[in-house]
Structures are given as C-alpha cells and as structure tokens.
Design a protein around this ligand. Structure first.
Ligand code: JFB
Length: 244
C-alpha cells in the first residue's frame, strides 16, 4: 500500500516509524510519504490560512496549497502506475481520506475496506477546516471520504489520521503475525458484535487476586463458555447499543 499524508505538522507522524507499522514499512508492505503542506505555498510567510467568507471566528485553510499538493500526488501516482499497467489493469481511483468532525463515523468495516486499497492519501486540516472547494475539486480524481474519528472535538486531522492509519495498516495481510487473533477482537467480523472478555496471565495469584479457576482447568469447552458469558456481560454493561 502507498500512503501519502499532507499536513502542516509532519512531526505528528514520527510514531509511524515505530513498532508494527515501522516493521510493515521496512518489510516493504507499506510505503509512507509525509508531506508538509507549506511546501506548496509561495509567499515569504508560507501562509496556509485566511479569514472565512461570511465572517465568524477562526481561520480557514486556503485552497491553493491543497490544490497544488494534490496535483503533485496525482502526478506521482501516474508515474508509478507502470505496475498495474504492466498487467493491463485500470488503476483504481486513489482514496483521499479527509478527517473531519462532520465526517461519516470511522468504523472497523471502513478500516477493512481501506486496508485493501492500493493508494491511500490523508488530507489533515487545521483551524476551522479546509475551503470546501478542495473536496469538491478532488472528487474529480479521488474517491474522497470525509471521516470522523468520533464524537469529540480535536484541533486538527492529524491525531484522527494516526488512529485511522493504525486501524487500517494492521489489517494489511502480512502485517500481523497471527491473523487468527484479528478475528476475535472487539468490533471485528468474528466478534459477533460483542466486546472482548478479560484476559489474565501468570502468576495465578497476584496481590491477593486469583485468576478465575475455570481458566486454569484446562477444560477448553468451559473456558469458551465462560469467555462468551463475560463478553456478553461486559457488552451489556458498557455498550448495550452493540446488542441491538
Ligand atoms: C478533524 C479538525 C475543528 C471544526 C474544526 C481540521 N473526531 C474528530 N473531532 N475533530 C476532528 C475529528 C476527526 N476526524 C477534526 C479535522 C480537523 C477536527 N479541525 C478543528 C474542530 C471543530 N470544528 C480542523
């Protein structure tokens, strides 16, 4: 997968070099390119924002640097399309994810959909957001998806993009050592809409707290039943909406 990120804060994405995602990059499963939006400004102050038409508080991201940044991504995609081309396949439209508090709610099924994309880009806004015409224009060349991480307010798209990228990349085949573990997780297809059961490891007695006996019994059937029960109890308590 090729993953491009456009932001005025490239440093936010330094953690992508770590752990599982860093390994996916060094294994060649993932090609991440982080771009500074200010590289596509032309004034002395590298200005990316301006006052909103119609008035109101805050600033809005100017369309011109975004237009030039996305033009350059598209040109770079075309330059590396030799790949799909050599198999005489039409290149799929690149996906442009625009984190937004007004977006569709991000979900595990979206992560799974994005994980099979060949080309993903993130447009991380700041201030009060990006001039609307950028998304309008980009829709001519990209499959544009405006997505929200959740119902709370962030200062920009960067933290949302990082979370989405982690959820997406761990689903790319080969990124996670044991793919069976993916199926049992909360919110995965195999979880049957339940949250995960509690987990324990050694020692069996710690600070006066014992691991439930059933988990030490070696009785696989009873372990399974206990885990299902606990999953259901926890889901009923914390996320009754998932049981509907
Ligand atoms: C995403 C952003 C802002 C307007 C602008 C760009 N779940 C989420 N909450 N907030 C964001 C998000 C996601 N995804 C988010 C992009 C931008 C917030 N801002 C700041 C906050 C409120 N209204 C600018």
């Amino acid at each position: 997968m090729r993953l491009d990120i456009v932001t005025i804060f490239p440093d936010y994405f330094a953690p992508l070099q770590l752990s599982l995602i860093g390994k996916a990059i060094s294994d060649g499963l993932l090609d991440v390119r982080v771009h500074d939006l200010r590289d596509w400004t032309h004034d002395r102050h590298r200005t990316v924002d301006d006052t909103p038409y119609g008035g109101g508080a805050g600033m809005v991201m100017k369309p011109e640097p975004w237009g030039e940044a996305l033009d350059e991504l598209l040109a770079s995609y075309r330059a590396s399309e030799a790949d799909a081309d050599s198999q005489s396949l039409p290149a799929a439209r690149p996906i442009l994810i625009v984190p937004s508090p007004a977006g569709h709610l991000f979900s595990q099924s979206m992560a799974a959909e994005f994980a099979v994309a060949q080309t993903l880009a993130f447009a991380c806004g700041r201030y009060e957001g990006i001039d609307r015409r950028v998304v309008e224009w980009a829709s001519g060349s990209f499959d544009v998806r405006e997505v929200s991480l959740g119902d709370y307010v962030l200062n920009g798209g960067e933290v949302a993009a990082l979370a989405m990228i982690e959820a997406i990349v761990r689903l790319i085949p080969g990124v996670i050592g044991n793919p069976e573990s993916l199926l049992e997780e909360s919110h995965s297809v195999g979880s049957q809409g339940l949250l995960e059961y509690p987990v324990y490891t050694k020692p069996a007695l710690w600070r006066g707290l014992r691991v439930p006996d059933v988990l030490l019994s070696g009785h696989h059937g009873r372990v399974e039943q206990w885990r299902r029960e606990r999953s259901r109890m926890i889901t009923e308590d914390r996320r009754p909406d998932l049981l509907q």
